[in-house]
Each structure stands twice: as structure tokens, then as C-alpha cells.
Design a protein around this ligand. Structure first.
Ligand SMILES: [Zn+2]
Length: 105
């Protein structure tokens, strides 16, 4: 998965890039994680994963996929930024406050 910093309008921000075509992923609903679990599939394993645009870039051989947006919710929950009902936690509110300070949201 490719995350790089992009500078636009005087601010730098992280952005996702497609592992297939190399272009920025502007619409998070237009991208998926792809991976091929080994057979047999062990319980404790790390899979090499690609992040690609939906459509032309996601056609291939990977057996499993997960929408980027869904994956981000998993990550935020696992890191303690969302509670079990997917509500923002104090960690989330602090992160939003820091972003606002950096980018004048
Ligand atoms: Zn692409």
C-alpha cells in the first residue's frame, strides 16, 4: 500500500496511491485492498497487500478484497480512535484538533 505526502495549497497531507497505476486515489470509495492468502491459511499471518483503484486496476489474481473505506474503519477501531459502536473516541477528537491546527480547517 502506498501512502505519500502531497503538497497542495501551501499544506502537506498524506494521500493514497494506487499500487497498480501509480495515480492518486482521490475517492476513498473507489479503492480496494487486494491480497492472496496462502493455502492452507494460517491464523497468525501477515499478507502482502496491494491498494488499487476499483475497476481496471483491481482486475487480477488476488483472491481477497476489502474496500479501502471499510479497512480504514478497522484501522481506526483497532487503534482506539473509534469505540465498539464506531463512535469517535477522545483520541479521535484530539487527532481532529491537531489536524485543524495544522491546516486551519
Ligand atoms: Zn489505479
Amino acid at each position: 500500500m502506498s501512502i505519500q505526502m502531497v503538497r497542495q495549497g501551501g499544506y502537506s497531507r498524506p494521500a493514497f496511491f494506487c499500487d497498480r497505476c501509480g495515480k492518486v486515489i482521490n475517492d476513498l470509495a473507489d479503492a480496494v485492498f487486494l491480497w492472496d492468502p496462502p493455502i492452507p491459511d494460517p491464523n497468525d499471518c501477515v499478507y502482502p497487500t496491494k491498494l488499487v483503484h476499483c475497476g481496471e486496476c483491481d482486475s487480477g489474481i488476488q483472491a481477497c478484497s476489502l474496500e479501502l473505506v471499510t479497512g480504514l474503519v478497522y484501522l481506526l477501531y483497532a487503534a482506539g480512535y473509534l469505540d465498539t459502536a464506531a463512535r469517535p473516541t477522545p483520541k479521535w477528537k484530539e487527532a481532529v484538533r491537531r489536524v485543524a491546527l495544522l491546516s486551519q480547517l
